[in-house]
Design a protein around this ligand. Sequence first.
Ligand code: 13P
Length: 258
Amino acid sequence: MATRIPLISGNWKMHHNHFEALATVQKLSYLLGDDRNGRVEVSIHAPFTDLRSLQTSIEQDDMDISLGAQHCHWEDKGAFTGEVSPAMLAKLNVRYVIAGHSERREVFGETDEWVNNKVLAILRHGMTPILCCGETLDEREGDRTEDKVAGQVRAGLAGVSPEQVGALVLAYEPIWAIGTGRTATADDAQATCALVRGTVAEVAGAEAAAAVRVQYGGSVKPANAAELMGQPDIDGALVGGASLDADDFAKIVRGIDA
Ligand code: 13P
């Protein structure tokens, strides 16, 4: 069976200007130290305006933190006012790019097709997509979680080779748990992350499913992180609010209960 190194990702959303970003990442690096020995990977997904400053600081100080982005377009260049291309992110040594976060789907109207275009473009530029999926409260209460989540996974992975699928990251984020302080129980999170992995097995085979990393996201805090990440099909976390504070995020990475 494949060894899956957990990935704990901080999604800062629209928070932290580049000064705040530098201070937060430097503190985080100091708190985490260099003693992770490959047991857990960490990525920070900062706003676009922070990326160049963070890249310089991470590389100069040889920090054990991967640079991440929250979004990109799928074309390399063109008349797309306001957008940033995957080629531009790759040039900054960005390693992980979130694709299809529920806020982008719900607030900015991203469709499954756009998300799939982005996944393919991110891969084409040698970066790793973190493909998000998750159901609303209505869908959960209407017993439609399985259809929604499996459908998003299938659509997002269309045209991706089994080898590439095995190397990417999926994030299950129930929408009702994002920023609400409500977390899925460890059992529920495990069950849906297992469904995500099972869907990967259907579309890309058993080997890809055993290798792919599945994160849980939605009100992950120092107090609940260890139990969630201890589940067999959960390989890390996608953390919003608690990643803005270096102390809290470091506690999550270290699995220390606050
Ligand atoms: P919170 O941790 O603030 O609930 O956000 C989760 C999320 O959306 C991460 O992408």
